[in-house]
Design a protein around this ligand. Structure first.
Ligand code: ADP
Ligand code: ZN
Ligand code: ZN
Length: 723
């Protein structure tokens, strides 16, 4: 027999199947990890196929040396997924495989946690009455059956215990222990579903993809849990994805209290050991519900009955680094493979998903009101230019300070949201609000501090940085963003003695950092939580009655085609944290462009109106989801090499463009906005083409460019981040 094997090395030259023979005495199955001779080395590989014959001279085929485990660590579905991803996303097989197994397992670094257990032997003899301690140990064991060695020796001393072991009265064996991730414990709550929730649960029954559009506080989590319960009762399993899981310990706790030990957690905050142990519990079928961040979509769980992606619009579902993938694609694959239900839930669905729902590709289910009938928080737009004209140059507007004072007097809570992203930002006139835009692309320009230049991240065009506003002639040009730290300082001086918490990448890097901050904030009344997007997500604090958005425009003038969509989502999500229980909440939204259409739709919670406007804009300007963007990023230490190579590939792509003159909307080659990262120079080819033949064109481009590129190339479809 012969096996086709993928070598576990992330190298282009090895990115194919290699054939080996299977020794007679070796039990090799598809999906197993094996060690094979490769040149002068022995390397790890994965068996992807077994057949009777081989395509080479049989005499020359080398044999597999050994198997690593006695089971197939890659199940059939995962192998199918591997081939699908490699083909569709232009990834190397070995790099895909790495997503499926805990890295600790692949590199054999992690040791299983094994403890020594003690129990009485079958025909043990009672120790003599003089050996008091030994008698105590025996009766302790009689009562309890099995006890850890360390516990016994701590309690009764090492000497009497080892005497009992030597004499054969007590036997020792090794038991494997699972490390379980920490989570908050809350009581199991059984709730009667509201009519809207019930309707959602009754509708989501078929093996299709559903888009659950429910406003913030409409009780989507409860719907998810009911759906999962139903899957479990049919003997099936479930995958529940949440964005950046450690941010929402509450959600975790409620899943754990509802489904107990059946829940496994997979997220980046786990230690290597915890991650490995959870993976094993899933692999061997102990855990039937996987809750986790995007990587949990690769869990080796079988017989999947339902997959849920909560907050489906979140960017964190896209892996921006190699191997690049969008969790939606993987979920759709697994849905089809398992012939099961997929639910995408959000208060602000992505334009892409909602467009599919409208086209009938997804089934739309709506929950337009909050669980308790609470009104959505009132969003007040504050014109910061006006504030400035009236002499207030501070971070906070008069209305926001006024509302904060009220909150503090009433001993309630507030959240202050400040969105700070990336190293660069736009330039804006402080007098009239003018923001520089590209003359060709209608996106705002990004200010590059080091070069003191404005650049378009789409077409690469460069512009002089502003020193005088072209619109009003003022020299009062501002750049750079106010950060969370500044906001905290300001609040402290305004409200001495009030507990103020900060939640951002800096304060949450410790293990359980989020949980600690959120738990402290929960008990602080009055209290103010300042944070980045992290505070916008899923949190449910009943005493938060005020949300302040310091600078709503910050996400609006990012230079990618999703910036308006993202702004709408952020406002809706962060506003959704206010007034979730007994009293209507209030949101103060500070902006320099109060007339922008996004604010009109957001303040009215008019998702549908917003969708219509934004979708139409994208349609007429040929942007996704009505067109496809493909960026090919080249990087290399030698700038000449990468520039030449990129140019050469660009010329090849130009030839493809000539074959599809009606499909290409845009094609150009340029330095990447971040021209040099970690001493590697970066160049890119950007293209945009219509959807009709998009797959065909994409494939052609890939097959043309990939073999020609010696530097590292990175293919990105509809990238979020253009740096
Ligand atoms: P969403 O995710 O849609 O924003 P959540 O799932 O966080 O909303 O639910 C909002 C709040 O309503 C939570 O505090 C939740 O415990 C509560 N809740 C959900 N369903 C019910 C119900 N059927 N009865 C009472 N309270 C509910
Ligand atoms: Zn441009
Ligand atoms: Zn101006």
């Amino acid at each position: 027999m012969f096996a086709k094997i993928i070598i576990d090395q992330d190298a282009k030259a090895l990115d194919r199947e290699f054939e080996y023979s299977i020794p007679k005495d070796l039990d090799v199955k598809v999906g197993m990890r094996v060690i094979v001779p490769f040149g002068s080395r022995s390397l790890q590989g994965f068996v992807v196929d077994i057949s009777e014959n081989c395509s080479f001279d049989e005499a020359k085929v080398k044999p597999i040396l050994r198997t690593v485990e006695d089971f197939a660590c890659l199940k059939k579905e995962m192998l199918a997924l591997m081939f699908y991803m490699a083909d569709k996303l232009h990834l190397k097989l070995a790099s895909v495989l790495r997503l499926f197994l805990p890295s600790e397992m692949r590199t054999d670094k992690i040791k299983e946690l094994v403890v020594r257990m003690c129990s009485l032997s079958d025909n043990f003899v009672m120790p003599s009455a003089r050996a008091k301690k030994q008698l105590e140990i025996v009766s302790y064991l009689q009562e309890r059956g099995q006890v850890e060695f360390s516990e016994l020796s701590n309690k009764f001393g090492y000497a009497p215990l080892s005497a009992l072991v030597k004499g054969g009265t007590v036997k020792i064996w090794m038991q494997q222990h699972n490390r379980t991730p920490e989570f908050d414990v809350i009581e199991k709550q059984e709730r009667k579903l509201t009519p809207l929730q019930q309707r959602a649960v009754d509708t989501i029954t078929e093996n299709k993809t559903y888009l659950l559009h429910g406003v913030t506080g409409s009780g989507k989590t409860e719907v998810y849990m009911n759906l999962i319960e139903r899957a479990l009762s049919k003997g099936k399993s479930a995958i529940m994805l949440v964005p950046e899981i450690s941010l929402t310990p509450q959600v975790l706790a409620s899943f754990r209290s509802r489904f107990g030990e059946q829940v496994a957690l997979i997220h980046s905050g786990l230690s290597a050991g915890e991650r490995f142990d959870e993976w094993k519990r899933i692999f061997f079928g102990e855990a039937k519900v996987v809750v986790g961040a995007r990587s949990a979509i690769f869990s080796p769980i079988e017989n999947v009955g339902i997959i849920i992606i909560d907050e489906e619009h979140e960017q964190s579902y896209v892996s921006e680094t190699n191997p690049r993938y969008d969790t939606h694609d993987i979920a759709l694959f697994r849905r089809a493979y398992n012939n099961c239900t997929l639910v995408l839930g959000s208060a602000t669905p992505s334009i892409e998903s909602y467009a599919k729902a409208i086209d009938g590709e997804y089934q739309l289910v709506e929950m337009p009101v909050r669980v308790n009938g609470m009104e959505m928080p009132k969003i007040v737009v504050v014109d910061m230019l006006m504030e400035m004209r009236q002499g207030n140059n501070k971070i906070f507007s008069i209305p926001l300070i006024y509302e904060l004072k009220n909150i503090i007097e009433e001993k309630k809570q507030a959240m202050i949201f400040i969105n700070r992203r990336g190293f660069s930002s736009f330039q804006r006139c402080r007098q009239c609000g003018y923001v520089a835009k590209c003359s060709d692309c209608d996106v705002s320009l990004v200010y590059h501090v080091y070069e003191n230049r404005l650049k378009c991240h789409y077409c690469g065009k460069r512009f002089k940085a502003l020193d005088v506003c072209p619109s009003c002639g003022s020299r009062d040009i501002k750049q750079g963003a106010v950060g969370t730290e500044r906001v905290v300082e300001e609040l402290k001086s305004l409200f001495p003695g009030v507990p103020i918490f900060r939640m951002d990448n800096d304060t949450t890097s410790r293990k359980n950092g989020h949980r600690t901050i959120l738990n402290e904030f929960r008990n602080a009344k009055p209290g103010i939580l300042v944070g980045t997007q992290m505070i916008a997500k899923g949190h449910d604090f009943e005493d938060v009655l005020l949300v302040g958005i310091v600078d709503a425009d910050q996400s609006l003038y990012q230079s990618d085609y999703r910036s308006i969509e993202r702004t709408f989502q952020l406002i809706t999500q962060v506003s959704g944290r206010a007034g979730r229980s007994a009293k209507q909440g209030r949101v103060i939204l500070q902006t320099y462009s109060p007339k922008h259409f996004v604010y009109r739709f957001a303040t009215n919670y008019d998702y549908k109106g917003f969708f219509k406007k934004e979708a139409n804009l994208r349609k007429v300007t040929n942007f996704p989801p009505y067109a496809r963007i493909l960026r090919i990023l080249f990087s290399h230490e030698d700038e000449k090499v990468v520039a030449n190579e990129c140019k050469m590939c660009y010329n090849e792509v130009k030839k493809i463009k000539e074959q599809y003159p009606d499909d290409f909307v845009y094609l150009d080659v340029m330095k990447a906005p971040l021209n040099k990262i970690k001493n590697k120079f970066r160049y890119q080819i950007m293209m945009r083409f219509k959807l009709e033949k998009a797959d065909e064109i994409e494939k052609k481009v890939f097959l043309t460019v990939d073999p020609k590129a010696k530097s590292s190339v990175f293919f990105e479809v509809n990238p979020n981040n253009l740096s």
